[in-house]
Design a protein around this ligand. Structure first.
Ligand code: NAI
Length: 698
């Protein structure tokens, strides 16, 4: 007879003969919240006390074993019982417990499984210790038990990078004992394993495999470098290494101590904010939720840099792709880049030959606009020129079927002006991918004045299907990301004019954690793009506005960036050879003199503060204008699309950490310093921005 025992609302158990099946039931991901921990303790007590029971199988109901701890608990004191206590009870119980894994065993979920006597998993289960990506280290023995199963180098990699692996990979390194193909076979296999274990197999009692000191050192160095030397990465490496030097009991206590310190350290708050902000970003406001349109075949127009990247992203997600071009040689170049991408992935074993063949079979190329009739979605990625795009959209309008979604990948142009040339503006929106489009996770979903709710909902769902973080934005020049980036770049130009050199600004920004400095980025992407845009805008510019002409002068002297061997810096074979040279400095000094400024050195700290305040101020303007509809979306855009350091949470989160009166003062200074015509965010917009707490509302 099977009697169901309820240990807490979130954990129940039933006896299957001599085996106790313990089930965690905390939808949607079986997070290891306080109620789960309490229920597990009681279930283990039942196993211990009932003489008819010989062993237990521990599994998760629904879609996962346990995809992590409850992150919302981490900003405050943790409720009892805590996870180490549950794991200690499993280990103290003389009867074996087998963890049966499916879906995900991440963070606390994997630590729980490591506390069991064996692990059986469905082949596609995801396993990993992602704590470090949230600013922490595992705190329930993960750093001590993992190396005993997989050896030091692999454990350091997994704990130090937060890497996730599949159950098959986990079996190959000794983390999982058996793999089954389907979840239907999981319980039976786990029960058999539990019946035949014949006694405890405590991981903590196992010896740590010996390791070559050179391999160990190389692994530590590589992991620290990949983790940008953040304190939690160093702590993860140090904690894991204790497995070789400390008695396990002591190491477990020390690991817990470090975990407790880190979970309330600044990086952890910022990283949790970014985690919740990303989760929130994909949710449309309720007024825009709508049934999705069908989406299987996508026509991508333009086989340039973006068109090819977008095509790859779509193919990876299993969509049918038709790449359409105006000229044969551009199409041939695009096709060759796609083929080259797959050759490279195969050579580096990032994809199996079967997967590559399957994805490439979904690609067709064409010069014939009739193919547009097959599209559920059209993504235009031709030159950034309104007249060119409008002509393309007229052709799309003539050929696409009714109900097809029509998207432009424009970076700056007015989506309504593009939609306006069609007879169906409700089907038109912007899908702003970032380069390289198959790698970058940000996707700005641009809502035009007439864009229908189901078009937006389908676009957001597509973003998720592509593994991206889609963010809804209004249709305004530069949308969210490029608007903020422009404010950032403008501030950096002001700094040049006032006394800083390009390398000082770049060093200050990389010192803060930006992936690259603004002037190195400008040189990389080519100064001529910005130059052309500035020329196009010159007629509308009021001469009283503060305008820094340095970039224009560089272009006029032939310095267009890396591609011409010089821009703000000089280059040889794509590598920067030195800081700014005499010619650049002379141009900068000329700009300062022209504005009547006496140059004075600017400290790195001051540079960073000025730049961040400029971003925050622009963020407040975007919120006020309704271009961004959540403050936290702005942080997602900056972190996922512009190399803003994730461990600072984003500019909005940074602003929330500042003293409000001081921040307001800095913003006033910013507006005053810019002078004539500077936009000023309202005090209400700033208050709104500062009050958003996405983690609390999650
Ligand atoms: P690209 O110059 O590499 O490619 C444009 C392609 O469009 C060329 O192959 C060209 O032959 C084709 N094309 C031009 N007119 C056409 C027409 N009438 N019909 C069919 N094909 C036509 O340009 P890229 O860099 O790929 O940019 C494309 C769009 O993506 C632009 O709107 C750009 O602003 C936007 N974008 C670019 C990013 C970047 O980093 N390159 C980032 C995000 C957006």
């Amino acid at each position: 007879m099977q009697t169901l025992t309820t240990h807490s609302p979130l954990v129940h158990s039933r006896a299957l003969g001599h085996i106790l099946l313990i089930e965690i039931d905390n939808p949607p991901i079986n997070a290891g919240s306080a109620g789960v921990r309490e229920g597990l303790l009681r279930a283990i007590e039942q196993l211990r006390a009932d003489a008819s029971l010989h062993a237990a199988v521990l599994m998760g109901a629904g879609t996962a074993f346990m995809a992590g701890s409850d992150l919302k608990e981490f900003g405050q004191p943790l409720a009892e019982p805590q996870l180490p206590q549950v794991i200690a009870a499993i280990e103290a119980c003389e009867k074996p417990v087998v963890a049966a894994l499916h879906g995900a065993a991440l963070g606390g979920g994997l630590e729980l499984a490591l506390g069991c006597d064996a692990r059986v998993a469905v082949a596609n289960t995801q396993l990993g210790l992602p704590e470090v990506t949230l600013g922490m280290i595992p705190g329930a023995g993960g750093t001590q038990r993992l190396p005993r199963l997989v050896g030091m180098p692999r454990a350091i990699e997994m704990v130090g990078t937060g890497e996730r692996i599949t159950a098959r990979q986990a079996q190959a390194i000794g983390l999982v004992d058996a793999v089954v193909e389907s979840v239907d076979d999981l319980l039976q296999t786990a029960i058999e394993r539990a019946s035949h274990l014949g006694g405890k197999r405590r991981v903590r009692e196992m010896a740590v495999p010996t390791v070559d000191p050179q391999v160990l050192q190389a692994t530590k160095t590589a992991v620290l470098k990949a983790g940008k030397g953040r304190p939690q990465v160093q702590a993860a490496i140090d904690a894991t290494c204790m497995a070789m030097t400390e008695p396990v009991e002591q190491a477990l206590l020390r690991e817990r101590e470090v975990f407790q310190q880190l979970r309330i350290a600044p990086d952890a708050f910022a990283l949790r904010h970014q985690f919740f902000a990303e989760r929130e970003a994909v949710r449309l406001p309720s007024a825009l939720r709508a049934p999705l349109r069908q989406l299987q075949t996508v026509v991508v127009i333009g086989a340039g840099t973006m068109g090819v990247g977008i095509a790859i992203a779509l193919l990876q997600a299993g969509l049918q792709v038709l790449l359409l071009e105006q000229d044969q040689s551009a199409l041939a170049r695009g096709s060759e880049r796609l083929a080259e991408y797959y050759r490279d992935r195969l050579a580096r074993q990032k994809i199996s030959p079967a997967q590559a063949a399957e994805q490439q079979a979904c690609l067709q190329t064409s010069l014939d606009w009739q193919v547009l009739a097959q599209a559920d979605l059209v993504i235009e990625a031709v030159y950034e020129d309104l007249a060119v795009k409008q002509a393309v959209f007229q052709k799309i309008d003539a050929h696409a079927r009714a109900g097809a979604i029509l998207a432009s990948n424009t970076s700056y142009l007015d989506v309504d002006a593009i939609a306006g040339v069609t007879k169906r503006p409700e089907d038109v929106l912007g899908l702003h991918f970032f380069s390289p489009a198959h790698v970058m996770r940000l996707l700005e979903v641009v809502r035009g004045e007439h864009t229908a709710a189901d078009v937006l909902a389908t676009a957001m769902a597509l973003g998720k299907r592509l593994g991206k973080v889609p963010v809804l934005t209004g249709n305004a020049f530069g949308f969210i990301g490029n608007r903020i980036y422009n404010a950032y770049r403008q501030q950096c130009e002001f700094l040049l004019e006032e006394g800083a050199w390009p390398e000082e600004v770049d060093a200050a920004m990389t010192g803060m954690g930006m992936a690259m400095g603004p002037f190195a980025v400008a040189d990389l992407s080519g100064l001529d793009i910005a130059w052309r845009m500035r020329q196009a805008q010159a007629a509308q510019r009021d001469p009283r506005q503060r305008y820094v002409p340095i970039l224009d002068w560089l272009c006029e002297s032939g310095r267009m960036g890396q591609k011409t061997g010089a821009g703000y810096y000089q280059y040889s074979a794509g590598k920067k050879t030195a800081g700014s040279d005499a010619q650049v400095r002379a141009l900068i000094e000329r700009a300062s003199a022209q504005r009547g400024l006496v140059r004075a050195p600017i400290a790195a700290e001051q540079i960073v503060q000025r730049v961040l305040v400029a971003m925050v101020h622009e963020a407040a303007c975007l919120l006020e204008e309704g271009v961004a509809h959540r403050a936290s979306d702005i942080d997602v855009v900056l972190v996922q699309g512009y190399g803003f350091p994730r461990w600072l949470g984003g500019p909005v989160f940074w602003a929330q950490q500042q003293e409000p009166a001081r921040l307001q003062q800095w913003m006033d200074d910013l507006v005053r310093n810019q002078g004539f015509g500077a936009q000023r965010a309202s005090a209400q917009a700033v208050v709104h921005l500062l009050q958003t707490d996405v983690a609390a509302s999650a």
